[in-house]
Design a protein around this ligand. Structure first.
Ligand SMILES: Nc1ncnc2c1ncn2[C@@H]1O[C@H](COP(=O)(O)OP(=O)(O)O)[C@@H](O)[C@H]1O
Ligand SMILES: [Mg+2]
Length: 278
């Protein structure tokens, strides 16, 4: 399958008060069309910097980033890139610009010069996908955090991107808001075939990803399927990360001599294993 995003030998340095801070150090990564990629890592490991490089908000200090063969370094490509790789950020309040939901979702395509008729179709289509069509005429500030974040996602969808990059979109939400947003992301990937890059610090949100990248000090420290990543409990702990609670429990039980796989990811798997070992 084609690469949506190709990152080659990318280093990024912030320069602040004449001091240099290397946020990313020689990172290479390819993201395939239709993939659900999760990125985890401790605070300051370079996740947000990487996401901002992916849609041309930041330019690499060295190395190259291409979105469908368009290099982010070429100023002529920048609008095409921003449209192809949509970004969703942590705080939904900073992303909503209009006073009515449907106007907010229309904002992106309006700026792209899409015709009013098509904008109306796209707004309904995008709101339907995120399950917010009934809220079309509402005021965003009256919605819950999870609902606002789904409106922000609809606003990106209405630009018909090839890929959506979400930088800790659930960090400010309560558990039910988190669930709404995660279900929306999964639906986009599975049913709408959207390429997803999901940055999070909640381990249970990455169980369904096709691939997980673990960042540490500006480098990719681990890479693999969720099960491969979570089976390395001690390595994750050394990177100051947790495993899902159920995996932690299985790991502790197996250390105590109970016959159980330590790479369990769901409650159902745990129940099955405990039944079998009896
Ligand atoms: N605007 C900035 N100016 C200077 N340094 C920054 C800036 N933003 C991030 N950094 C530094 O870059 C490194 C990576 O940060 P970031 O990409 O935000 O990590 P993460 O998203 O994983 O928490 C950290 O050391 C952070 O302090
Ligand atoms: Mg961050």
């Amino acid at each position: 399958m084609k690469d949506v995003i190709s990152i080659k030998d990318v280093t990024y340095r912030y320069i602040q008060d004449e001091e240099e801070n290397t946020a990313l150090n020689e990172v290479s990564l390819n993201i395939k069309e239709g993939e659900f990629l999760a990125i985890i890592g401790h605070n300051g490991s370079g996740k947000s910097t990487l996401s901002k490089l992916m849609n041309g908000i930041l330019m690499p200090t060295s190395g190259d980033i291409k979105i469908f063969d368009l290099n982010t370094k070429d100023p002529e490509n920048i609008w095409k890139i921003r449209q192809s790789a949509g970004m969703v950020f942590q705080n939904p309040d900073n992303q909503l610009v209009a006073t009515i939901v449907e106007e907010d979702v229309a904002f992106g395509p309006e700026n792209l010069g899409v015709s009013p008729k098509e904008i109306r179709q796209r707004v309904d289509w995008a709101l339907d996908i995120v399950g917010m069509l009934d809220y079309k005429k509402q005021k965003p500030h009256q919605l819950s955090g999870g609902q606002k974040q789904r409106i922000a996602i609809a606003g990106i969808l209405a630009m018909k991107p090839r890929c959506i990059i979400l930088d800790e979109p659930t960090a400010m939400l309560d558990p039910s808001g988190r669930r709404e947003v995660i279900n929306t992301i999964k639906h986009l990937n599975k049913d709408e075939k959207m390429t997803i890059v999901h940055i999070t610090h909640y381990m249970d949100e990455i169980v369904d990803a096709d691939r997980v990248i673990v960042m540490e000090k500006g480098k990719i420290a681990m890479e693999g399927k969720p099960r491969e990543i979570f089976s390395q409990v001690e390595k994750l702990t050394s990177l100051r990360l947790d495993v899902p609670q159920i995996t932690e429990l299985a790991f502790e039980l197996s250390k105590e001599g109970i016959d159980i796989d330590s790479n369990i990811l769901t409650v159902d798997e745990m129940v099955n294993q405990l039944w079998q070992s009896n």
